[in-house]
Design a protein around this ligand. Structure first.
Ligand SMILES: Nc1ncnc2c1ncn2[C@@H]1O[C@H](COP(=O)(O)OP(=O)(O)OP(=O)(O)O)[C@@H](O)[C@H]1O
Length: 495
C-alpha cells in the first residue's frame, strides 16, 4: 500500500480524526489533494495565518473566515457538505476547554455531517480523550528511487544557478549518498544534499563522513548515542589478524546490503578481552574497515527511574541506530548494562533490557553491525553468549612478542620517532605480559623522562621505563589467567 492508498481508505471509512506528524506540510496537502480525486469530498486547509480556505476547487478559494480556532470549528460544524479539514498546527489551541469540547462534538458527529478532521504538525500532542479517537498516519519515508531523483534535482538546480557549469558528481558516491539518506524524510534529505553540494560544488567521497555526521545530528534526538568521529584503520592495530580477515571477508556483503543466496548478512561480534589490549580500537577499526560511521551506545545513560522508561530509552536508541544504517553500533562494556542470569535487584529492569536487546539482535533486518566489548565475563548473562546471538565471539588476548614489536613500531611512528634506531625485538622481549595500552604508556613516560633530561628518547630509556612498570597481567595474575582459561574453550582468538 502507498501513502495515497492508506489515505483514500481512511477517508472512505469516514475516519473522524487523523493525525499526521511531519515537517513536510506541503507533501501532506498534496497527498490529500490527490486522494480527493478518487473520492469526492470538499477539501479545506486552515492555519492561524491564513484562516480556513477551500482548496479542492480550481485555484484556491480566496474567501477566508476569521482565523481563530473557535470560529473555525463552528464553521466546520455548520458546513452543509461533507469535507476533509486539514488543520495545520492547530493542536496548541486545544489547551482551551471550549475548543476541545467543540472538536469532540464534531468528531462525535453531533448535529453535523461526517467530516474528517486532520491535524498536521511537526509534533502533535493531543489530550487523552482526543488521542483515543485519533488515527495516526505515518507517512512512508522516501525510497531509494525517490531519493535518487531528489539528489538529481538538487544537482540540476545547482547547475542552473551556476550558469550551466557541470557539477562533479561521482556516480558510485551518489549511490552511497542515496543509501545513506535512507531513513530521512524528503525535507531533511534535501537539506543535507544541498549542504553537501553547496559546500564545495561537487559530490565526492569526502562528502560521506559529513553526510553521516549531519544525519546523526538530525536523528539523535534522545542523546543516548554518541557519534565517534575517529574511526580507525586496521593498519592502526597490531595483531588481531584473524578478526581483521573475518571483517575483510564480509565487507562487501555488509556494504552492499544484500547477501548472496546461502549467506546471512554479517550482524555482529562480541570482543572479550584483557584490559588495554585494543578492544575499543578494534571497534573503531571495524567501522573503518566497513567504511561506515561508528555510533556508541552508552548503556549507563539509558537507566531511568520511572517504570518502563529505561526500556523505552533502549528502544529509541536502537531505532535511531537503525535509521543511521549502514553503521557500526558499538556497545562498550556491555556487561555493565545487562544483568547476569538471576540478578533482579533492580525490579527486573535489567532483565527486561536484556530481553529487549536479545530480541532486537535476533530480529533486526537493518544494516547495523553490532560490536559489543566486555572485560568481565562472569558478569555477562549466559543468554548473550549462546550460539547465534553474535556471529562470533573473539578473545583479544595480551599481545605475543611479534605483536608487541608491532605495537612499538606503530606508536613510535605515530610520534614521528625514528623506528630504525630502536631495537624492536629487544623491546618486545622486555615487555612480556604488557598490554598494547601499557606499551603506549611506557613510550609516553619515556618521552617525558627524555624531555625532563633534555635528551632524545632512545632504546635504553624505553627499556628502563619498561623495567619499572608492573603490568596488569602481573598485578592481577589470577583474574587474567581465569579470563584466559574461560575464553580458551568458548571463544575464537582474535589474533
Ligand atoms: N593491538 C594494538 N595495536 C595498537 N595499539 C594498541 C593495541 N592495543 C592497545 N593499543 C593502544 O592502547 C590504547 C588503549 O586500548 P583500548 O582502549 O583499545 O583497549 P581496550 O581493550 O578497549 O581497553 P579497556 O578494556 O580498558 O577499555 C589504544 O588506543 C591504542 O593506542
Amino acid at each position: 500500500m502507498s501513502d495515497l492508498q492508506d489515505l483514500v481508505a481512511l477517508i472512505r471509512a469516514d475516519t473522524p480524526l487523523i493525525v499526521v506528524e511531519t515537517s513536510d506540510e506541503m507533501r501532506v496537502v498534496q497527498l490529500f489533494r490527490q486522494s480527493l480525486t478518487r473520492i469526492w469530498r470538499a477539501l479545506y486547509r486552515w492555519s492561524i495565518t491564513e484562516g480556513l480556505r477551500r482548496i479542492d476547487l480550481d485555484g484556491e478559494d480566496p474567501a477566508q473566515l476569521p482565523a481563530d480556532a473557535g470560529t473555525t470549528l463552528g464553521a466546520i460544524r455548520g458546513a452543509d457538505q461533507r469535507g476533509v479539514y486539514l488543520l495545520l498546527d492547530f493542536h496548541p489551541y486545544l489547551g482551551y476547554a471550549g475548543t476541545q469540547r467543540q472538536l469532540r462534538e464534531i468528531l462525535q458527529r453531533r448535529d453535523c455531517l461526517a467530516h474528517t478532521v486532520v491535524m498536521v504538525g511537526h509534533k502533535v500532542e493531543l489530550p487523552p480523550e482526543l488521542e483515543a479517537k485519533a488515527t495516526r498516519l505515518r507517512l512512508r519515508l522516501p525510497d531509494a528511487n525517490q531519493l535518487l531523483k531528489l539528489v538529481r534535482e538538487e544537482i540540476a538546480a545547482w547547475q542552473r544557478e551556476n550558469d550551466g557549469r557541470r557539477l562533479e558528481a561521482d556516480e558510485a558516491v551518489v549511490r552511497r549518498i542515496v543509501r545513506n539518506l535512507q531513513g530521512l524524510d524528503a525535507i531533511d534529505a534535501r537539506r543535507i544534499v544541498r549542504h553537501l553540494i553547496h559546500s564545495d560544488g561537487a559530490l565526492g567521497p569526502d562528502d560521506l563522513p559529513e553526510l553521516a555526521r549531519l544525519k546523526f545530528e538530525l536523528l539523535n534526538r534522545s542523546g543516548h548515542l554518541h557519534y565517534e568521529y575517529d574511526t580507525a584503520r586496521f593498519a592502526d592495530v597490531a595483531g588481531a589478524r584473524r578478526l581483521k580477515r573475518w571483517i575483510e571477508q564480509r565487507r562487501r556483503v555488509f556494504v552492499d546490503g544484500d547477501a548472496p543466496p546461502g549467506l546471512d548478512p554479517p550482524r555482529g561480534i562480541l570482543l572479550l578481552g584483557v584490559q588495554g589490549c585494543g578492544k575499543s580500537l578494534l571497534a573503531k577499526a571495524v567501522a573503518g574497515g566497513f567504511g561506515v560511521p561508528l555510533v556508541r551506545l552508552d548503556f549507563g545513560t539509558l537507566y531511568a527511574k520511572y517504570h518502563g522508561e529505561t526500556e523505552a530509552n533502549l528502544r529509541q536508541a536502537l531505532a535511531q541506530a537503525e535509521q543511521l544504517a549502514p553503521c557500526v553500533l558499538w556497545i562498550d562494556e556491555i556487561e555493565k548494562g545487562l544483568a547476569a542470569s538471576g540478578a533482579d535487584g533492580d525490579g527486573g529492569v535489567s532483565r527486561r533490557v536484556l530481553g529487549y536487546m536479545l530480541t532486537w539482535m535476533a530480529e533486526r533486518r537493518s544494516q547495523v553491525f553490532l560490536v559489543a566489548t566486555a572485560n568481565q565475563v562472569q558478569e555477562l548473562p549466559a543468554e548473550l553468549l549462546r550460539k547465534g546471538r553474535f556471529d562470533e565471539i573473539f578473545f583479544v588476548d595480551l599481545p605475543d612478542a611479534d605483536t608487541r614489536a608491532h605495537v612499538f613500531e606503530l606508536h613510535l611512528r605515530r610520534r614521528e620517532l625514528p623506528v630504525d634506531r630502536f631495537d624492536l625485538p629487544a623491546l618486545a622481549a622486555a615487555s612480556q605480559g604488557f598490554s598494547g595500552a601499557e606499551i603506549e604508556q611506557a613510550i609516553v613516560a619515556a618521552l617525558y623522562a627524555a624531555h625532563a633530561e633534555d635528551r632524545a628518547i632512545d632504546n635504553a630509556l624505553l627499556l628502563e621505563e619498561l623495567a619499572q612498570t608492573r603490568p596488569l597481567s602481573v598485578l592481577m595474575r589470577e583474574q587474567v589467567q581465569a579470563l584466559r582459561d574461560w575464553a580458551g574453550t568458548r571463544t575464537v582468538p582474535a589474533d
